[in-house]
Design a protein around this ligand. Structure first.
Ligand code: PEP
Ligand code: MG
Length: 322
């Protein structure tokens, strides 16, 4: 099977009726870029930057971060590279930040919430990213955005750091797209407002599902509620895709769902532009996409959106595929 998939390494990501999408990779370290490229990934849809901060005793310096981002951008040779700013807290802690223990860490002080309050940490990362931007096609994305105020505040800090760098005479790209993850239901519901102010949206289904169904993604006892095809999740995804497109923006997905074979036909039918996944899923997904007609999927999607439960959706898509 792997041999058969190899022919897809060099083929474009295109549906049977000639509609192109982008299949990108998710990475957690600079060395992961190799696997993305070996599998024919057309970009990086999610570079999780937490590794820079974890398993150590102090914050990473600007220089250290700059080097990591530069390495990734250089290896990607101009392909789109979406770097997500620090998403710490929740399940990922940093002992040296001395964060307080919280009753509900996934609903607590994490990601952009922490970055906006401990702005020096955030500014250092933003400067490193801005300085690295001239080495490739950088797109910056903020995690866990719940309100427009947060998105605006994060962008404002980015612009401040950019201005400072320009004054200092540093080279900074003028083409950096600035987007956000849609992984909190409030952001999905007002995606139309975000799409007016963001260059792109990326749906983070790992968290979006957990928050929509109020089912901890790490808790086995409620894993039966962690339902990617729940009608509420599908409706939210549709809202986000439609909101991006009515504002002329592109929209990706970087949660596990982007490489899920039941979800892929639905997502293609809904018009998702970029599918970002672990490297090992890229070829399988490209092969699947090449067999699907986006036109015909419009019907599938129309039907799927009327179904009432996750298992009805799953069964319907499985039937459609034979
Ligand atoms: C997500 O929430 O879907 C996501 C891609 O981010 P993470 O898995 O790092 O929370
Ligand atoms: Mg997330």
């Amino acid at each position: 099977e792997n041999e058969l998939l190899k022919k897809y390494i060099k083929l474009p990501s295109m549906s049977a009726d000639g509609q192109s999408v982008e299949i990108a990779g998710n990475i957690g370290r600079p060395e992961d870029v190799d696997a993305v490229l070996e599998n024919g990934g057309e970009g990086i849809g999610l570079f999780r930057t937490e590794f820079l901060y974890m398993d150590r005793d102090e914050l990473p310096t600007e220089e250290e971060q700059f080097n990591a981002y530069k390495t990734v951008l250089t290896k990607m040779e101009g392909r789109p590279t979406v770097v997500r700013t620090l998403d710490i807290g929740g399940d990922k802690e940093l002992p040296y930040l001395k964060l307080l223990t919280e009753m509900n860490p996934f609903l607590g002080y994490r990601a952009i919430r922490l970055c906006l309050e401990q702005a020096e940490i955030f500014r250092t990362q933003l400067r490193a990213l801005l300085r690295a931007s001239v080495y490739g096609n950088l797109k910056i994305m903020f995690p866990m955005i719940a309100t427009l105020d947060e998105f605006r505040a994060a962008k404002a800090l980015l612009f401040e750091e950019k201005q400072k760098l320009v004054v200092e005479g540093a080279a900074v790209s003028e083409q950096i797209e600035i987007g956000m993850m849609v992984e909190i239901p409030s952001a999905a519901v007002i995606a139309d407002l975000f799409a007016q102010e963001a260059d792109f949206l990326s749906i983070g289904t790992n968290d979006l599902i957990q928050y929509t169904l109020a089912a901890d993604r790490m808790n086995e006892r409620v894993s039966y509620l962690y339902q990617p095809y729940h009608p509420a999740v599908l409706r939210l995804i549709k809202m986000v895709i439609d909101a991006a497109h009515s504002n002329g923006k592109w929209v990706g997905m970087c949660g596990e769902m982007a490489g899920d074979e039941i979800a892929v036909p639905i997502l293609l039918g809904l018009g998702l532009d970029e599918f970002s996944m672990s490297s090992s899923s890229i070829l399988k997904t490209r092969s699947l996409l090449s067999k699907l007609s986006k036109e015909k999927l419009a019907e599938l999607v129309e039907h799927v959106l009327m179904l009432k439960t996750s298992s009805e959706v799953e069964q319907h898509v499985k039937k459609f595929r034979i």
